[in-house]
Design a protein around this ligand. Sequence first.
Ligand SMILES: [Fe+2]
Length: 391
Amino acid sequence: MEIMNSFYIAGIPKVTFGAGLFADLHKIIRAYGRNVLVITGNESFRKSGRFDALKSDLEKSKCKVFDESIKGEPSPIMIDRIVRDFRKQTVNVVVSIGGGSAIDCGKAVSAMLAEDGSVKDYLEGVGTRKPSGDKAPFIAVPTTAGTGCEATANAVISDTDEGFKKSLRHRNFVPDEAVVDPELTIGAPSALTAACGFDAVSQLIESYTSTKSNVFTDSLAIKALALASRNLLPASTDRGGDITVRSAMSYAALVSGITLMQAGLGTVHGIAGPLGGIVPAPHGTVCGKLLLPVMTLSIKKIIDEKNTTALAKFADIGRAFSDDQGKDDNFYVEQLLGVIRSWTESLKLPTLSAFGMKQSDIEKIVSLSDNKNSPAQLTGDEIRQILETVL
Ligand SMILES: [Fe+2]
């Protein structure tokens, strides 16, 4: 019998998942108290009427609603300003409704309401202080299906002046609740849906094939991958209004956050992290551009090194993506690469030079990149070769 990897399961938020359940959000919020800080990202959510309905329901329940609308990715200046404005109020609960930026912003604000100083003092690789883990309760309500940050313990904070993208992290920063209503993702533009979907799929593939993966994360990730493989293209093209398709992608994104928290990530994110600090390109677009070249070289390396254990994991994903049965592992890894190639060709993400990436950025990105928990350790030369193809 195969020996099972030992594992430890870190926190998972309380999850409310389902189409139309946004209507119950006010009840979930109210359970935490009366003073509510709501942070929203995209303007379309405010225009949808849902924000006004939520505010009205909360006020009917005698809640005092403070609200903030953010633009772009959260920066130290943004977080410090919001915290300064609300530190003197008793905020019982912070609620973020939006994409990754709004959720990371709320996660950081909920943490910093319990700390003094600037968020910069607590960022990994930037500050010298460690977060205590104390925080205001936090509820994450995603309006995109991508980063899975509704289930993770870190908030990514960007400083474009100093050129960094770093995490505020503590195991207590996993949101207290994730309220995932796939209806909120209907209406997201095709390009955004595609980029976010690529992020979720990358996270699922990387956590499933991670050297830290385990039976718990594997069983979650493989079903989510099977769903994502059949729904990424329809969600991003002609069936973006179909709630079944959107539900599959919202589920895949949520699970990707859970599995990456427990099993870690691989080379796509090992490159995307530092690249995102240097080039102001959306994280999902970066993952989407990197996925095919990273998987192609990683699988080639695994085959060359005769790493049959890792090959079997990649083959499992190809099997979940395929209707063919009874073939060998080499057949299914080709299936996997074929599906990723077809997504890449159909969804046509822009090259990263469209976001200002230059040839001269490549060396710095290579020097800061790593393979995280990938079973294939790509060399600096191989990472350079990959970056040439996404420029
Ligand atoms: Fe990601």
